[in-house]
Design a protein around this ligand. Structure first.
Ligand SMILES: NC(=O)c1ccc[n+]([C@@H]2O[C@H](COP(=O)([O-])OP(=O)(O)OC[C@H]3O[C@@H](n4cnc5c(N)ncnc54)[C@H](OP(=O)(O)O)[C@@H]3O)[C@@H](O)[C@H]2O)c1
Length: 290
């Protein structure tokens, strides 16, 4: 590990540290000997012993403390914000001025570089950050096993997945594999300076997901195919703001058209280990749906 400006182990700021990727990234970097500072709106993750700051993207007064003495950082956008670049771009400018060298951004395979929102942040990193990587994962397997997510809630309570994706397939990925790619991008001596498209090992339709869950749990689960307007209403009923629900419905239409039906070798190439399959994920989380 190369030393930071101060001659010590590099300090890494991990935003979204209570979430699916931030939590495993923070604990792995701490194991590797980095000085880790976790950041989220609430308290530190229960199992964490690293330094923690309260950080809210929407509250710039919380940003200074988060950035002080930081060499590298992992960025997750604020949740359910249609255009997170408005909050993220000034923060990145400020970070670079503070001497942050390396920035790893969690974006999405559905958002190309330069597109509105996270695509604009992606481009800013390429142009402004001395060292950078952008993670472009497919859809997370964790969406199906989290009661706060409309898919997880629908499956747990009613045994249904409601989408406008039709028969379209997706390279669903386990967030732990995204975290392992992120750890390499943050920890490797040499910065990756690239975008990583990250998928699981297979492209599956939502109908395939329901079939795997039925088989693993012994409980009948099904995919209910609806149109774009009906899926917006369904998401709003689950508490998603209308503008964000419309953005998600647009992404479901892209899935229906086949845009997400790809698999990439990134997890194996970057981590040296194959990505986890959905069947393995379903077995590991089976108690959630039973
Ligand atoms: N889910 C998917 O299928 C998928 C697919 C591709 C890309 N992505 C990207 O992944 C990200 C979300 O990942 P996830 O769904 O697994 O969620 P998550 O990481 O489990 O949860 C979001 C994290 O962000 C923090 N956070 C949210 N709003 C914040 C704010 N305003 N200020 C500071 N921290 C905030 C939350 O912490 P606190 O609530 O404690 O503040 C939490 O730690 C999004 O950027 C999304 O574009 C998701």
């Amino acid at each position: 590990m190369s030393a930071s400006r101060t001659g010590h182990a590099p300090r890494v700021l991990v935003t979204g540290a209570t979430g699916n990727t931030g939590r495993p990234i923070a604990s792995r970097l701490a194991e590797l000997g980095f000085a880790v500072r976790t950041a989220a709106r609430g308290d530190r993750p229960a199992d964490s012993t690293t330094e923690h700051v309260r950080f809210d993207w929407a509250d710039p007064s919380s940003h200074e403390e988060a950035l002080s003495g930081v060499d590298r950082m992992y960025l997750i956008a604020p949740a359910m914000v249609e255009d997170p670049s408005v909050l993220m771009l000034p923060f990145i400018e400020r970070a670079v001025e503070h001497g942050v060298r390396r920035v790893v951004l969690l974006s999405s395979s559905a958002v190309p570089e330069g597109a509105p929102g996270l695509g604009t942040v992606h481009r800013a990193l390429r142009e402004r950050a001395p060292e950078w990587a952008v993670l472009q994962p497919s859809w997370f397997m964790q969406n199906f096993a989290d009661e706060r997510h409309h898919h997880g809630a629908g499956l747990k309570h009613d045994g249904v997945l409601v989408t406008a994706t039709g028969e379209g397939r997706v390279g669903f990925v386990d967030a732990r594999d995204i975290a392992e790619v992120a750890v390499r991008a943050l920890a490797d001596e040499r910065s990756h300076d690239t975008a990583h498209v990250i998928t699981g090992p297979q492209a599956l339709s939502y109908g395939d997901i329901a079939a795997v869950l039925s088989q693993v749990t012994g409980r009948p689960m099904r995919h209910v195919q609806v149109d774009g307007e009906a899926v917006v209403q369904h998401m709003m009923g689950a508490g998603i703001p209308e503008r964000y629900a419309r953005l998600l419905a647009g992404l479901e239409e892209s899935i229906r058209q086949g845009t997400d039906a790809r698999v990439a070798d990134t997890v194996s190439r970057v981590t040296g280990r194959p990505p986890r399959s959905f069947e393995d994920f379903a077995r590991a989380h089976a108690s959630f749906w039973k």
